[in-house]
Design a protein around this ligand. Structure first.
Ligand SMILES: NC(=O)c1ccc[n+]([C@@H]2O[C@H](COP(=O)([O-])OP(=O)(O)OC[C@H]3O[C@@H](n4cnc5c(N)ncnc54)[C@H](O)[C@@H]3O)[C@@H](O)[C@H]2O)c1
Length: 366
């Protein structure tokens, strides 16, 4: 469970809400409605406080992640509900890098949990696959690898230009994400664990992953440990996803695989994620970005964000509210109460209203 420095005496949990840009704003508004309906039904309290860190704010006064923001979040909140960042007006997306990567690194959110669970057989582009075939978790290492922004450009703009982008793999970093994956498997009684890398081509960096994996797997003898190079894993995920329950991947590879996973379960609109450091504050966000083309048009699917909030509720100790929200999402897909990306005819707001209403009507069984 997440640390509780934001928790108040009466058990109220405090959530920092950062909608961000574009579709992030659209979907977060609906998730807030659903969260409010769930806690109204259960009688437990969430206090939500909004922060306007976004492209608008950056363009207005130059603020990205304010000084001291990470400490303030740790001191005052139990979790962060995040939308998405990215705006065509900010060419280098500097605000997005500062805010999202800043929070991931400063809060040391080393686990990027990306569940790929098929909500309804009609949503997968794979032929003859059902909900039973597609239910796996990707744990992407979230603080190292190629995303550490170490490198440089030499002789920029000349024919002799050289660009160097370093990657970092530490024993501590590799061990803690692999251990997290194994502990999750053990807790959930899952038996199929797959570590992926590209150690055949990257023998130094990913060789470390191989060595740590070889050490750790002996500590989890009840779990079937398997290794696949990432290219083979991508192919296997499409050929037969039912082979997989828990996948652990380095940062870049996990980023790519989880978008593949998102498409297998119905597209970017439905995939949730959590950025977690077990025992500390976590940040929960849909896998998708700010989708500028559909932003502000009542088109974005709120399900990825709503399911991310269910992950958040589980982390902060509200599992019943999380369960009824998941049930509402399943029902909406089953009954075709969805946005157009899933074949429905509803808008973002109408889906949000439908989910909030479902949660209010079905209450929360505690
Ligand atoms: N975590 C984040 O904040 C995050 C993640 C990815 C991309 N981005 C940023 O978002 C911006 C757009 O990036 P992109 O186009 O590569 O990725 P994107 O995820 O925003 O969009 C990819 C595709 O998915 C669709 N899509 C996305 N969200 C959807 C939703 N809720 N419902 C229905 N369809 C949806 C979009 O219309 C688009 O066709 C960029 O600035 C990028 O840097 C941010």
């Amino acid at each position: 469970m997440t640390k509780t420095s934001g928790t108040q005496e009466n058990g109220t949990k405090r959530i920092a809400v950062i909608p961000g840009d574009g579709a992030g704003v659209d979907v977060t508004a609906e998730t807030v409605k659903v969260l409010e309906a769930a806690t109204a039904a259960s009688g437990r309290k969430l206090e939500l406080e909004h922060f306007d860190w976004s492209a608008d704010r950056y363009l207005r006064d130059g603020t990205t992640l304010p000084e001291g923001a990470s400490k303030m979040l740790v001191d005052r909140f139990d979790a962060i509900l995040f939308g998405a960042l990215g705006d065509p007006r900010v060419k280098d997306n500097r605000h997005a890098a500062d805010i999202l990567l800043g929070l991931r690194f400063q809060l040391d959110l080393y686990v990027n949990a990306r569940p790929c669970e098929l909500l309804d057989a009609r949503l997968t582009p794979l032929r003859d696959r059902t909900e039973r075939d597609l239910d796996f978790m990707i744990f992407r290492e979230n603080t190292e690898g190629l995303y550490v922004n170490i490198g440089g450009v030499f002789k920029r703009g000349t024919p002799d230009e050289v660009a160097v982008q370093e990657q970092i793999n530490t024993r501590k970093g590799v061990e803690r994400i692999l251990r997290h994956g194994y502990e999750y498997a053990r807790r959930k009684k899952l038996t199929r664990f797959c570590m992926t890398d590209k150690s055949n081509a990257l023998p130094h960096g990913h060789g470390l992953w191989q060595r740590v994996f070889a050490e750790l797997k002996t500590q989890y003898p009840e779990i079937e440990s398997r290794h696949l190079y990432v290219d083979a894993l991508a192919a296997e995920l499409v050929r037969d996803p039912s082979q997989f329950q828990v996948i652990v991947a380095p940062n870049l590879l996990g980023d790519i695989l989880s978008d593949l996973g998102a498409q297998l379960i119905g597209g970017m609109g439905v995939a949730p994620s959590g950025n977690i450091h077990p025992g500390r504050i976590g940040l929960f966000e849909p896998v998708h970005g700010s989708a500028p083309k559909i932003a502000g048009k009542n088109l974005a699917n709120p399900i990825g964000s709503v399911l991310s909030s269910a992950m958040m509720l589980e982390e902060i100790g509200f599992p019943e509210e999380a369960a009824v929200i998941r049930e509402a999402v399943r029902a909406s897909v089953r009954e075709g109460k969805t946005t157009t990306d899933l074949g429905g005819s509803m808008g973002t707001r109408e889906v949000g209203d439908w989910l909030a209403d479902y949660v209010a009507r079905h209450g929360v069984k505690r």
